[in-house]
Write a protein that binds this ligand. Sequence first.
Ligand SMILES: [Ca+2]
Ligand SMILES: [Ca+2]
Length: 188
Amino acid sequence: MRWVRNAVLSILLAAVLTSNARAAVFINEVLADPPTAMGISEFVELYNNGSAPVDLFGWSIADALRTRHTFVSNSIILPQSYYVVFGNLGLNNSGDRVSLFGQDSVLIDQMNYGSEGGRDQSLVRAYESPDAPFVLHTAISAEPFSPGESSFPVQNPTAVPEPASLLLALIGVVGARLTKYTPKSILN
Ligand SMILES: [Ca+2]
Ligand SMILES: [Ca+2]
């Protein structure tokens, strides 16, 4: 299945270069204060609520001090999907700023937090939109965080997808499962 996935990703990447479809990537969830007993690192979760995949190559994540992660080539975030950067991102528990920069250091999204960042749980958008405020993860979920997946317990399928869409959705699901608590990117 790996070659199938790679082939599809290549096709999707080509689509990125040729499509005018809208894509919008934003910061969706930030874990600054990992609970020590749960074996998880800090992470920043991105979400693409657009209709086209986006290659994050050359994008970066910074805290208030400096760049903490730069995306390598083929860092593809599919439509309606998540991408999680795990590692020591230098996020102060007592307050910090998280910025997402695109190529040429264009600011894509930014969030600030205070002492609420130090509550042994992540901060997450109240709903998956760049316009939504950040809230404590347990305000909308029984879980303290949800890297690579929705904060909301029930997904909401509204229509029967066409076969091509279904294939992409399945790949998206596989990708999300693989990322659960598994670093896609680890910083030293
Ligand atoms: Ca921290
Ligand atoms: Ca999440």
